[in-house]
Design a protein around this ligand. Structure first.
Ligand code: URA
Length: 229
C-alpha cells in the first residue's frame, strides 16, 4: 500500500510537520539555549494568506503556539472582522524561539531563521503574505518604512522569498494595544486586506472561500512588553 500523500495539500501538511520537527531541534542561533520550546507556526497548509509576526513571547514559549496572548486575541478579532478564522490562514513568526525578556529579535537571529520561513512559504504558497510590524516587513522589504506602506499591497519587486505572493504590510497588533490611536488604522488596514483578498482571481479566492466554509472552526515599539504574559 502506498504511503504517498494523496494531494498537494496533504503533501504541504506533511512537509510542514517535518519542518516543525526540524525547527524543534534547531540550534542555529542563541535563542535555542533560552527557549522552552519552539513555535513553528500553525494554520491551514493551503492558506491563501500567511500572517508573519515578530517573535514568540512568554505565553507562546510555554504553549508552542503563535499569538497565544493579548495580541493573539486582537488578531482573532481582526480576522473575524474579515470573516476569517485562524484555521483559514497560516500564522508564523520571523523567529521561532522566544527572545529572552521579550527583547526584539536581532538581525542575525532573523537571518538564521529565515530559511525556515522561506520553506514554510514555499509549501503553503499563499497568495498574500501579511506582515505584522516592522520586523516581519524587514524580512521581505528591508528598505520599506511601515508608516508609509501599511494597509495596501506592496508593489515593488521583491526577492525570491515571496514566491509570487503579494506582500501586504500591517501594523503589529501589539503596537495597537500599546498605542490605542493605531487601532483604527489597523482595523482599516485589515478591512483593506479583506477587500484585496476578495478581489483575487476567482479560482484562487473562490477556493479560499470554500475552505473557509468547510473548516467549521475555530509592531511594535522598542520592546515587546505587551507580550510579556
Ligand atoms: N505572539 C507571536 O507569536 N508573535 C508576535 O509577534 C507577538 C505575539
Amino acid at each position: 500500500m502506498s504511503t504517498e500523500p494523496a494531494t498537494s495539500s496533504d503533501r504541504a501538511a506533511l512537509e510542514l510537520v517535518t519542518l516543525a520537527k526540524e525547527i524543534a531541534s534547531c540550534t542555529l542561533c542563541d535563542l535555542s539555549s533560552t527557549r522552552t520550546q519552539t513555535v513553528p507556526g500553525e494554520g491551514s497548509p493551503t492558506a491563501s494568506v500567511v500572517f508573519v509576526g515578530e517573535a514568540p513571547g512568554a505565553r507562546e514559549d510555554r504553549t508552542g503556539r503563535p499569538f497565544a496572548g493579548a495580541s493573539g486575541r486582537l488578531l482573532d478579532d481582526l480576522l473575524a472582522s474579515i470573516a476569517m478564522r485562524r484555521t483559514d490562514v497560516y500564522i508564523v513568526n520571523t523567529v521561532k524561539c522566544r527572545p529572552p525578556d521579550n527583547r526584539n529579535p536581532r538581525p542575525a537571529e532573523i537571518a538564521a531563521c529565515a530559511p525556515f520561513l522561506e520553506r514554510q512559504l514555499r509549501q503553503i504558497q499563499p497568495r498574500v503574505i501579511a506582515t505584522l510590524g516592522r520586523f516581519a516587513l524587514s524580512v521581505f522589504a528591508p528598505e520599506a518604512q511601515l508608516g508609509e506602506v501599511h494597509g495596501r499591497p506592496f508593489a515593488q519587486t521583491l526577492g525570491p522569498i515571496l514566491h509570487g505572493a503579494t506582500l501586504f504590510p500591517l501594523y503589529h497588533p501589539a503596537a495597537a494595544l500599546h498605542n490605542g490611536s493605531l487601532r483604527p488604522t489597523l482595523e482599516r488596514d485589515m478591512a483593506a486586506l479583506g477587500a484585496f483578498m476578495a478581489m483575487l482571481p476567482r479560482d484562487v479566492a473562490g477556493e479560499a472561500t470554500l475552505r473557509q466554509a468547510d473548516s467549521g472552526s475555530h509592531g511594535s515599539g522598542a520592546t515587546r512588553g505587551g507580550e510579556a504574559e
